[in-house]
Ligand binder design. Structure first.
Ligand code: NOJ
Length: 739
């Protein structure tokens, strides 16, 4: 439809019809033939608005979306189709690793391929928009939503943000991908104390420097929508924050797409205490240019009264409606309200073999080898050794994590199945050993009934039997592989925790096997960086495998047996203890650094009971190859516009590898305090066995810019240090002058 026609359509709508376009309701409001009344009554939305609602939340499946659309359009005066929006965060039916695992791939091109597949599958399943990517920068592993983020670094996050948007929206005009809604704008990842939905308060400099680049990158890549975050920024909840939404997003960045509130976030302006009632909440959100009200009665019931009172200009509403109509038009919904989705297409698209193959490749690149004492890994599948796979995640398909709502665990390759493809049956023993958790009571908060909780918990008798049988098997084993981790419900939204070690029952269990002095390997399954301090001391080899997705078991087995050389690198620091949080590699300099020459002993910036450094730093990860960095060379000691920084990397092993070479800088003196290191570039390079490669980076003046004391974004002349290495800690360095 031409823009002119859209304008005509807009002006032919009544105010009720217009407001309807700005309201989003979830699936329970619609059933296949009629609209249900329960939730409608709960929200208190009129039938009139309900039959003009513009979009639906979290309904997927070609048949279901088609039926709802059809029923809706039969009664629609103007034939404006519904938009179907859903949380498709890291996979539709083919589930990729959780985004924190994707972050560890350091391979945005590969992640773009993954999101292209996610886009294709979602389109076939009838979704029009996904609430992804989630690009919130995270520095506090207590926050459960680390799971959804690619990590703690703004440059890396920005690279993934555009890759994900490009993947999802590939061939949008050919009905292949779906529209992307970046979230949660802005700075949701900085919730104080890692507690979900908590306050965010930070300087504008930090906001712009660290937190905004990933959203900006998604916007620049052309994402069609932006979701507001639940948190406050500088005292004002973002959903009603004109500085964040209007000044930065709309005006500075020129974003003319649709802004949607997070779930009930408009109404929550009342709970935050900046609106006294629904009407005021609607007023604040609309004024901040939030277009769609997700799952709250505020816009539905209050925009028209606000209009009548003259408090809201009709033009503001018109613009919001036009943005929604434009999106529908861009997606081709006026021509085909089903957007090419059908059950037949679904059948031929979901979980295709090449989708699974890519999921396996991505999962393999997400796995991080944290420790490998005496090169225990890789295991030799031909060796006539007995392997015990033990732990709650050994024979378990629950490997897709909390936020893969359209994925099915029954499609998932378990770790046991992965190992079976390498080992003779007589060499593999699989035992549960211990329960996942000591108690499942917390599931009650997520709606589990007492019966459900009881059915999950092992009886004392079962616990005893499992333990005895695991101990007996361990006695006979040469190598023990522990498949341990957090319960799926312990990370993701509303999954904040203060004790982020492995569950106690699992730690206690492992201890009983570790004393047997067998070779031990830990597969750590989690939605966040765990505190693995104890395990790093007692276990020989540790692989961080996240929630690895549909092909997890295959990818993990390929790594265990050396078919794949691990190449993942942490995109978020793994703390030594929870007391260090928030922790991140690019911290600022302090007046009394740990290595201070003038202050000694007690009076420097440190803990009395813990190192300052994390257990495993940002960028860290081992491979099965022996890699040596040398010869860091700068093309000049002075830089005006550009500088080339190169380094030699030698692989002295007989295994080819993928090495992620990282370039950091430090701006030694600035008009404001600068971070001790900042990632500027990285390259993931293939290095053949017994080969040496030279990796060169061209650093530009643009990359040295920051928000100066006067809040100008510019580079300041002076001394810089360039660091190159395999992670943020083990680097070679050389200084240069910016002139
Ligand atoms: C709340 C979450 O914060 C957000 O990420 C999600 O997209 C919405 N609910 C919709 O389900």
């Amino acid at each position: 439809m031409k823009e002119e026609k859209l304008q005509e359509l807009l002006h032919s709508l009544t105010w009720t019809e217009k407001v309807g376009q700005l309201v989003q309701l979830s699936g329970e409001f619609f059933n296949t033939s009629a609209l249900t009344v329960g939730p409608q009554q709960k929200l208190g939305i009129s039938d009139e608005i309900l039959s003009n609602v513009g979009s639906v939340l979290n309904v997927a499946g070609a048949a279901k979306t088609k039926e709802i659309q059809q029923t809706y359009l039969e009664k629609s005066r103007h034939q404006i189709p519904l938009l179907f929006m859903a949380d498709i965060i890291y996979g539709y039916r083919t589930v990729f690793p959780i985004p924190l695992g994707l972050g560890a791939s350091w391979n945005p091109d590969l992640i773009e391929e993954a999101y292209t597949i996610i886009g294709k599958e979602s389109q076939a399943g009838g979704a029009h928009v996904t609430f992804a990517p989630m690009v919130d920068l995270v520095r506090d592993a207590r926050w459960g939503r680390c799971l959804e983020s690619t990590g703690e670094d703004s440059l890396l996050n920005a690279a993934y943000a555009s890759a994900m948007v490009n993947g999802l929206q590939k061939n949008l005009d050919k009905q292949e991908g779906i529209a992307s809604c970046v979230k949660h704008f802005a700075a949701y990842g900085a919730a104080e104390a890692g507690r979900e939905y908590n306050t965010v308060d930070m300087s504008e400099r930090r906001l712009r420097q660290d937190y905004l680049p990933s959203y900006k990158s998604a916007v620049d890549a052309g994402c069609k929508m932006v979701m507001t975050s639940f948190n406050t920024y500088d005292g004002v909840p973002v959903t009603g924050n004109e500085f964040i939404l209007k000044d930065i997003l709309r005006e500075e960045w020129g974003f003319d797409g649709v802004i949607i509130s997070d779930y009930a976030a408009v109404r929550e302006l009342i709970d935050h205490g900046i609106a006294k009632d629904n009407k005021e909440a609607a007023y604040l959100a609309m004024k901040a240019t939030n277009d769609i009200d997700m799952k709250s009665p505020c816009y539905a019931n209050e925009l028209q009264p606000l209009l009548k009172d003259g408090r809201i200009d009709g033009e503001l509403i018109n613009q919001a409606v036009l943005r929604v109509l434009k999106l529908k038009n861009e997606l081709g919904l006026f021509e085909d309200p089903y957007r090419g989705a059908s059950e037949a297409k679904e059948k031929e698209t979901l979980l295709k073999e090449d989708h699974r193959a890519l999921a396996k490749k991505v999962a393999a690149e997400s796995v991080v080898l944290l420790k490998n004492k005496n090169n225990l890994l890789p295991l030799n599948p031909q060796a006539d050794e007995k392997i015990l796979l033990v732990g709650p995640y050994g024979d378990n398909q629950e490997l897709i994590g909390l936020w893969a709502v359209h994925g099915q665990t029954s499609d998932t390759v378990s770790i046991k199945a992965g190992l079976e493809s390498y080992l003779k049956p007589e060499n593999l023993c699989v035992e549960k050993g211990c329960d996942m958790l000591e108690s499942y009571d917390f599931l009650g908060e997520f709606g589990a009934t007492k019966d459900m909780i009881d059915s999950l918990s092992l009886s004392d008798e079962e616990k005893k039997t499992y333990l005895e049988s695991a101990l007996a098997a361990a006695e006979k084993a040469d190598t023990i592989i522990f498949a341990m981790g957090e319960h799926t419900m312990q990370s993701g939204e509303a999954g904040s925790r203060t004790d982020i070690r492995l569950p106690q029952i699992q730690r206690e269990f492992m201890k009983q096997l570790i004393v047997l002095n067998k070779k031990t390997i830990l597969l750590s399954i989690s939605g966040r960086p765990l505190v693995l301090t104890e395990e790093a001391e007692t276990i020989d080899a540790i692989l961080q495998v996240w929630f690895p997705g549909t092909e997890g078991g295959h990818a993990i087995a390929d790594i265990l047996f050396g078919q794949t050389n691990p190449s993942g690198r942490l995109s978020m620091s793994f703390p030594y203890s929870v007391g260090q949080l928030p922790i991140y590699y690019n911290e600022f300099k302090t007046g009394r650094p740990l290595t201070s020459a003038t202050h000694s002993g007690r009076f420097v910036s440190k803990y009395l009971d813990s190192p300052n450094a994390p257990l495993f730093p940002f960028g860290y990860g081992l491979s099965y190859s022996d890699i040596h960095y040398s010869g860091l060379t700068l093309s000049d000691t002075k830089m005006s516009e550009e500088l080339t920084i190169s380094v030699q990397i030698e692989n002295t092993s007989n295994r080819a590898c993928l090495e992620t070479v990282q370039l950091y800088i430090q701006d030694v003196v600035g008009s404001v305090v600068r971070p001790i290191k900042e990632l500027k570039q990285f390259k993931k390079v293939q290095i053949a066995e017994h080969a040496t490669v030279t990796v060169a980076f061209t650093l530009t003046r643009e990359e040295l810019k920051f928000y100066t004391c006067s809040m100008n974004y510019e580079a300041e002349n002076g001394t810089f240090i360039a660091f190159v290495g395999p992670n943020s800690t083990d680097t070679q360095e050389a200084a240069f002058e910016l002139v």
